[in-house]
Ligand binder design. Sequence first.
Ligand code: NDP
Length: 484
Amino acid sequence: MKAQPAASHFVDGAYVEDKAGAAIEVVYPATGEVIAVLHEATPAVVDAALASAARAQKDWAALRPVERARILSRAAALIREKGEELARLETLDTGKPLQETRVADWPSGADALEYFAGLAPTVTGETIPLGRDMVYTIREALGVCVGIGAWNYPSQIACWKSAPALAMGNAMVFKPSEVTPLGALKLAEIYIEAGLPAGLFNVVQGRGAVGGALVTDPRVAKVSLTGSVPTGRKVYAAAAEGVRHVTMELGGKSPLIVFDDASVEDAVGAAMLGNFYSAGQVCSNGTRVFVQKGIKARFLDRLAERSARIVLGDPMEEATQMGPLISAAQLEKVTGYIARAKAEGARLIAGGGRGPANDGWFVEPTVFADVTDAMEIAREEVFGPVMAVLDFETEEEAVARANATEFGLAAGVFTQDIARAHRVIAQLEAGTCWINAYNLTPVEAPFGGAKRSGVGRENGHAAIEHYSQVKSVYLGLGPVDAPY
Ligand code: NDP
């Protein structure tokens, strides 16, 4: 299987190669086969990408919003037309099953393009009357934005960042994770096919150093990162040097609180979706499932039964529900967490092994019960299909323990008691919350974290604010009253 793109980078409307950059081998996670070889961007490629973005941005920002919107809408339609081809490419890049990549990754990206195309022409300013004089405000583009992506939702991330950026009149230089570099290049092609002028969406490949070069370049006005907390700290600090705008979408260790009165089937289903989708490699996963004592036995029985039925295997097979982890390094990390959870006394009630084939980078959907707050598995982000179930007795206790973490990305509550649902959600320190649902992230809803999980929001009206700035214009309508 090969998925070699025309060249490594996409700059100023065309594929660009510079073999002087270190090689990046792209591996299909299901087999370990090398499906493409790319090269890291050299300083010359990074410079060309930023120069073309800076050049193209001014004319783009000068268009009427409806003209920008038309191009984004066309790109969304192209994504939908090419749905099957793109889903297969995403599966090759990430190892996620077709069952997911057909409905979640690119389709969610297309939603973002449609949504921000619709929103762009509706963005207006304020007029602020001051008696004789007045002030009006305009929401302006920031300029050149840098997007840096993680490997778990590579194409969705590229769309979620570029759609609001472009809609508001910015240009973007995007660096995918070097583990999953293919989808962003396709997006660049699609934008050009849809009529986006050259230079407005550039893709440069590379590891952290390339990201670092982008973040610190004086031409860059904003940086949007999806990644881990340690990388977020570094990128935030580097962006601060130039007082740049930032959006940080970082990791989490989110609580999902299940009260006694919840529907067991719904709560189990949500907990599984919130731990096993994309083989658990989802930042907002509810990896600490707090279950009230009265429902615990029934919850664990159904959870173990339903988890054991998940179909692992070849991601290209229609029936496969869970693929491998992204890499050998991630496999080692996740199996390490499983081994240490057992050693710390967590009770394994499902999975724990490497799957039927016992090879490749697969890990079975794994559930630990009787987990305590102090265990490593309850404190650290595993980023694999590993669920920790903890018991609790009272609402106050559940809220306090749920909040006892430096992360604050997401949280969920399952209960039939409507007052309790809202009361608990109001107290949870998290940016993205669900009541009787989990991990649904429609583009209409703002998405992002509190505490160390990040700053800024993607999606929803909120994203518009993070890709624009307000200019305030004082309009003097009479004589200037000077005391000298
Ligand atoms: P990393 O933090 O390792 O990397 C994220 C991106 O930053 C990659 O493209 C990486 O490049 C790049 N990078 C690394 N160092 C630097 C640097 N010094 N300057 C600029 N860029 C740099 O995350 P992963 O790719 O491993 O993704 C997993 C993490 O992402 C998890 O913690 C997860 O929770 C989080 N995540 C958060 C989401 C959210 O929206 N909140 C969504 C999805 C994931 P390279 O990989 O090539 O080294």
